[in-house]
Design a protein around this ligand. Structure first.
Ligand SMILES: CC(C)(COP(=O)(O)OP(=O)(O)OC[C@H]1O[C@@H](n2cnc3c(N)ncnc32)[C@H](O)[C@@H]1OP(=O)(O)O)[C@@H](O)C(=O)NCCC(=O)NCCS
Length: 194
């Protein structure tokens, strides 16, 4: 379903509403996701946050934060998309799709040639994302199932930009990289069947 929400850059005053959307969308994991976002906002690692607005209410959000591609030639500044969240009572109406549609322009504004994410290949693959491995890009952990490490090539991307994605340490300190068993084994089994 096409969405008519407005997508704009988030400001500090949006943070409480963003946190509520994240809590609603991620349930038990919401507090950990909000924790990493708060830490990213406190340092230069947060690139940009976008919010989806419907009738002046924040109904979805996406964050693009900084990471590196460890290419042979040099480190390349890239972005990681996490989280993408839509309020539970608004899901399935194209809001996630509208937020993703705003990502290429936001990434280009930040000068990042690549955006990475960990997510369901079916959902993101239908919205222009490709497995990172298809472009010579390596996942930062073997606990990210290979098809789930996905990438979007943005303006400024060049063929020599291959190598391993490196996350800043905040993601490791909060143990938010990839999946752990038993969820990891379940997702791997589901991907094998799909
Ligand atoms: C995933 C999420 C952001 C999608 O946003 P949304 O506004 O509901 O999505 P859209 O309306 O743009 O797209 C809906 C489609 O996505 C599909 N979809 C939703 N979540 C999905 C998932 N985890 N895996 C695969 N497909 C999914 C729906 O089945 C629907 O499919 P259809 O278009 O064939 O009917 C939202 O459901 C959400 O916040 N989920 C909880 C948090 C989460 O898992 N975030 C992603 C972490 S990377």
């Amino acid at each position: 379903m096409a969405s008519t929400v407005e997508v704009r850059e988030a400001g500090d005053s949006d943070t409480p509403a963003v946190e509520a959307v994240v809590e609603g969308a991620f349930g038990d994991q919401g507090a950990a996701v909000n924790d990493v976002m708060a830490r990213l906002r406190g340092v230069e690692d947060m690139g940009v946050e976008l919010v989806a607005i419907d009738d002046r209410e924040v109904v979805g959000c996406v964050a693009l934060s900084r990471a590196w591609l460890d290419a042979r030639e040099r480190l390349v500044d890239v972005l990681v998309l996490s989280p993408l969240a839509v309020a539970p009572d608004r899901q399935g109406r194209g809001i996630g799709t509208a937020l993703l549609a705003a990502v290429p322009e936001a990434a280009a504004r930040l000068g990042a040639p690549l955006v990475f994410l960990e997510g369901a290949p079916g959902y993101y693959g239908a919205r222009g994302w490709r497995p990172a491995s298809a472009h010579g890009l390596e996942r930062p952990s073997l606990r990210i199932p290979e098809p789930a490490c996905q990438v979007l090539l943005v303006d400024g991307h060049e063929p020599w930009m291959t190598g391993r994605l490196v996350y800043p340490d905040v993601w490791w300190r909060l143990d938010l990289v990839g999946l752990r068993d038993p969820e990891l084994a379940e997702v791997e089994a589901a991907l094998r069947e799909s």
